[in-house]
Design a protein. Structure first.
Length: 187
């Protein structure tokens, strides 16, 4: 398929990635550069490698007004630091942990590639994977884990540590996904 907008959109998106590289999760950065170098048939539009976040706010249902206290993308760092929060209290509202799963958005040129990307996602353990037609051309693929968990403090350390363990499993799935996606070839 030839579409003038495809190349323009791809180049603009990759330029934004280069300009804002400091905002990219450090543990997925290398993969994004490799993936976006495969060829002009696919590119990432946004991504998050998954994290555990400590938030404070007046209302757990109004996350936009919440303040991020700390965030960890590395499960080992999360486990090391999590005990500091067992009885954490800011006296300014509610404090909670939020497990935020990985999510990738990928633009692909054709339906065959979209199906290959979704197949990689499903075989890697991501059960939320699908695609839809983009206008004027191409397909948008979304890959995500299905769990988003929130734990209000105080909470037992074992429950908080389990969030780090789930994050670790996400990272394993993400590694399998990266290996599979990097094996896809552009036509």
């Amino acid at each position: 398929m030839e579409c003038r907008e495809w190349s323009k959109n791809r180049e603009e998106t990759l330029e934004r990635l280069r300009e804002h590289t400091q905002l990219v999760d450090y543990d997925i950065k290398e993969f994004l550069y490799k993936f976006n170098s495969i060829g002009d048939c696919m590119y990432t539009t946004s991504s998050c490698s998954g994290r555990v976040v400590v938030l404070t706010g007046e209302d757990i249902f109004n996350k936009r007004s919440a303040k991020i206290v700390e965030a960890w993308h590395d499960p080992k760092e999360c486990k090391r630091k999590i005990t500091n929060y067992y009885n954490y209290n800011t006296n300014t509202g509610i404090t909670w942990f939020s497990l935020q799963p990985p999510i990738l958005h990928i633009a692909v040129k054709d339906m065959e590639l979209a199906e290959a990307v979704v197949s990689c996602a499903v075989t890697s353990g991501f059960i939320r994977a699908g695609y839809k037609k983009m206008k004027p051309c191409g397909y948008h693929v979304e890959i995500a884990a299905h769990d988003k968990l929130h734990v209000i403090l105080p909470a037992p350390t074992r429950i908080l540590t389990s969030l780090c363990e789930i994050l670790s499993r996400y990272k394993e799935k993400l590694q399998r996904l990266e290996d599979c996606l990097l094996s896809i070839k552009c036509n």
